[in-house]
Design a protein around this ligand. Structure first.
Ligand SMILES: [Zn+2]
Length: 329
């Protein structure tokens, strides 16, 4: 909006200058609410820019609004649920001086915005919590959206909390400061030192796509992050939580995934594998405790091919090209 005279209903009046960025997407929240139940709200195609006149009118009319970092953004939203615990674990150094806001006078809960250039890609499109050894949520990390959806939005400053308080910035002039992913991991580890232990045994089974020499996961670009555990939390290199299909009775959750290794492990069933097996379980093609046999493979490959026909088409085209190149020699 720079260079133009600000219209009375322009969002410039409501949206802090730090948040008028092209890599942030906005959603309209009902007055006094901090969440949104409308289906599809989390798709980036439904996200609005900060200067969208519909958004401006909504905020001017007393509505709340939420925001999330869009695809390609390096912004990281930290939702601090227990400021004392977070600060004792070294979190105060992480967020000191950066743009923060809270709906509580004593700031025992608040949000901090950070710029993190080296967020691991597999976190994009997700929201993951950090818990202490007693499984209490100390903070939640809101990662930038992937090309399709966001893992979660944060109610924005100036909005009204359900308790009637307004979300106020700590310092209205504070900028969004940089942070490294390592320092975030350090604090997460300090919050729950037990969580750094790797628990997933080596992958035993990786289904291969016939003919192509690739695994099914490689062929379809499957990731164990495609299906997150319920209430996911960071545990060193792993993400743990409750099994999304058969649930968990233990409060710490019973399934772990390792996005770097591309593996998962269910502690209840004693079952592990790669992203393809994890995908088959989550789609209900096999039960968590059932073997991934030839029948399961056939069924799974059919489902994937039906959903992503272009993968085989591209493979066929590439094969043809190679044949033609050979013919010309
Ligand atoms: Zn299981």
């Amino acid at each position: 909006m720079s260079g133009t005279v600000s219209h009375p209903s322009s969002s410039c009046e409501f949206i802090p200058w730090q948040l008028r960025r092209d890599d942030l997407l906005y959603v309209m929240l009902p007055a006094g609410h901090k969440g949104l139940q409308v289906p599809g709200w989390n798709k980036i195609c439904n996200g609005m820019r900060w200067d969208n006149p519909i958004l401006s009118a909504h905020i001017a009319g007393g509505g709340n609004y939420g925001m999330y970092p869009g695809p390609g953004s390096s912004l990281l939203f930290v939702d601090v649920d227990d400021a004392d615990f977070f600060h004792k674990a070294g979190g105060d150094r992480l967020v000191d001086g950066t743009y923060r806001y809270s709906a509580w006078d004593d700031r025992h809960k608040y949000r901090a915005l950070l710029e993190c250039q080296d967020i691991p890609n597999h976190f994009r499109g997700h929201k993951i919590s950090v818990r202490d050894a007693d499984q209490r949520v100390i903070l939640e990390l809101f990662f930038p959206a992937n090309n399709e959806k966001t893992g979660g939005q944060c109610v924005a400053p100036g909005s009204i909390h359900p308790n009637g308080n307004r979300y106020e910035p700590f310092d209205p002039d504070a900028s969004i400061l940089p942070v490294s992913w390592d320092s975030i991991q350090e604090v997460a580890t300090a919050i729950n030192p037990d969580a750094i232990r790797e628990t997933i045994p080596d992958i035993k089974q990786q289904p291969r796509a016939p003919g192509s020499g690739k695994t099914l996961s490689e062929r379809y670009g499957l990731s164990v992050m495609d299906h997150l555990p319920d209430n996911p939390y960071m545990a060193g290199p792993e993400i743990r939580g409750a099994h999304p299909v058969h649930g968990s009775t233990s409060k710490g959750g019973n399934v772990a995934i390792n996005p770097t290794k591309g593996s998962f492990y269910c502690f209840r069933c004693g079952r592990g594998g790669d992203a393809a097996i994890w995908d088959a379980i989550n789609r209900g093609i096999i039960r968590c405790d059932e073997p991934y046999d030839d029948d399961a493979f056939k069924k799974h490959a059919e489902v994937l091919e039906h959903e992503r026909p272009e993968v085989k088409l591209f493979e066929r085209l590439a094969w043809k090209k190679r044949q033609q190149a050979r013919g010309k020699r």
